[in-house]
Design a protein around this ligand. Structure first.
Ligand code: EPZ
Length: 420
């Protein structure tokens, strides 16, 4: 296994380019199952989760070529609708093949994804909605066995909770259903919006795109013709690098970003004392004179994203005063706390709320990544800490950050990727 060795405190400078959004590419790759013709996706991030979903697609009989961030997919010859445990257990977003496979083929088996480090991550809302659309859902030997021999039918669905992949699964299922499906309390994340835009371009009439209420007019199992499209920039990767600049008091420019997808993050960085200027497809951050403490409560888009909570907790260790961070979406998304404490952070946990006193001079140490975003928080803390910080188990990072240590090195960080 590899680990990252970071020497701090670092000062960063310069410009980097943000990759395509993993959480947009995953549902869009699943959406190609709704088509029986070749599809082309641009700006696809070269990260482990994408390769995992492509491995699953290959096992289903799909064909693909992934070169230089361009992905060509042909699912004309899909001859298997079983998504097996060995792949699904490594990436729970594999559940995104459930809706499209059921809608196109009338039957599929998808391994239950199971929980992960940050929480139990149920899929009850995905399954309940598919049943409302006429599917028969059984759980057998750890698999969801879904059948809809006469296809899915449009209906009115209210999501009890806002669920990103739940919304995406049902939007894809509704695209091939018979009649119209009304979806209430749908996630509004930019990744959900891009999925709707791509399906609309392919001839699926969708009303209310960008709002929390959609009406999807299905094609009654007529396969889609997806037009070529480019994946939106990764707002969480961009937010992570903005935090890297903020925590090291650096001036950095990011290219290929959608500033309008980062309003809640930008507002919080302003509160902490940073200044951000938006260019055409770019953002430049200017450091705070002294970082100020802030309060965060994670919530659904367009509120403050849970995927940025760990990174801001690292930042809070350098902010003057008492910062309060409440995690409202996941029951166990504080795995980074004990690792940050190893670096010297002063963090008090009570239920779903972390209270931090700062600023604290962090001291380099060996730390262990536990999940994707927690890993990036440890890298940020390592950039601020005095001495050497070794971040172990960085396969977590590889799931969602393309060329992270190369990008940080390009900004002047003293960071090396070494073998254990
Ligand atoms: C997506 O996960 C993202 N993953 C996550 O990003 C992100 O943290 C999360 O949305 C929240 O924004 C992808 O898009 C691939 P949810 P998802 O369903 O869809 C509960 C990353 O770092 N819930 O919106 O699995 C659930 O337990 C990853 O890139 C149910 O109760 O999250 C949670 O409390 C981590 N029943 C809340 O809803 C369900 O059927 C939100 O979960 C579904 C969800």
């Amino acid at each position: 296994m590899d680990y990252l060795s970071i020497s701090g405190p670092a000062r960063l400078k310069g410009e980097i380019t943000i990759s395509g959004a993993k959480n947009a590419a995953l549902p869009l790759i699943a959406a190609t199952l709704l088509s029986d013709e070749p599809c082309s996706l641009e700006n696809v991030p070269n990260v482990a989760d994408i390769h995992t979903l492509l491995k699953l697609l290959g096992k289903l009989g799909g064909k693909f070529i992934f070169e230089d961030h361009t992905l060509s997919i042909d699912n004309e010859a899909i001859d298997n609708t079983v998504a097996t445990y060995d792949i699904v257990k490594t990436m729970r977003a594999s559940i995104l093949v459930l809706g499209p496979l059921l809608a196109r083929f009338g039957r599929c088996e998808v391994s239950l994804p199971g929980g992960c480090a940050i929480g139990q991550r149920p899929i009850d809302l995905h399954l309940k909605a598919l049943e409302q659309m006429g599917a028969r859902i059984e759980i057998k030997n750890g698999y969801v066995v879904a059948t809809a021999p006469d296809g899915l039918r449009g209906t009115r669905i209210i999501f009890d909770k806002v669920t990103v992949t739940g919304s995406e699964n049902i939007i894809m299922a509704a695209a091939l259903a018979k009649g119209k499906t009304e979806l209430i309390n749908v996630a509004k994340e930019p990744e959900v919006v891009q999925l709707c835009e791509v399906l609309s371009e392919a001839g699926v009439k969708i009303e209310g795109v960008g709002s929390d209420e959609l009406i999807v007019h299905g094609t009654d199992r007529e396969p889609l013709k997806l037009k070529p499209f480019s994946i939106i920039p990764d707002r969480i990767e961009a937010g992570t690098y903005l935090c890297a600049a903020a925590i090291t008091y650096s001036n950095v420019t990011l290219h290929n970003v959608r500033a309008d997808h980062l309003d809640a993050v930008t507002a919080k960085l302003h509160e902490a004392g940073c200044r951000i200027e938006n260019g055409v497809g770019s953002m430049t951050i200017y450091p705070a004179a002294r970082l100020k403490a802030f309060e965060i409560s994670t919530t659904e888009y367009p509120g403050f994203p849970t995927d940025m909570q760990a990174q801001f907790m690292a930042l809070a260790t350098q902010a003057e005063g008492v910062s309060i961070i409440e995690e409202r979406l996941f029951e166990n998304r504080f795995m980074h706390v004990s690792e940050l404490q190893r670096l010297g952070a002063s963090i008090h946990l009570k239920g779903h709320t972390a209270t931090l006193n700062g600023p604290i001079q962090l001291l380099g140490a060996d730390v262990m990544a536990t999940d994707l975003r927690a890993s990036s928080a440890l890298v940020l803390a390592g950039l601020a800490a005095s001495g050497t910080t070794n971040v172990h188990r960085i396969y977590h990072l590889d799931r969602g950050y393309e060329a992270l240590h190369e990008k940080l090195k390009a900004l002047g960080a003293d960071i090396k990727r070494l073998k254990e």
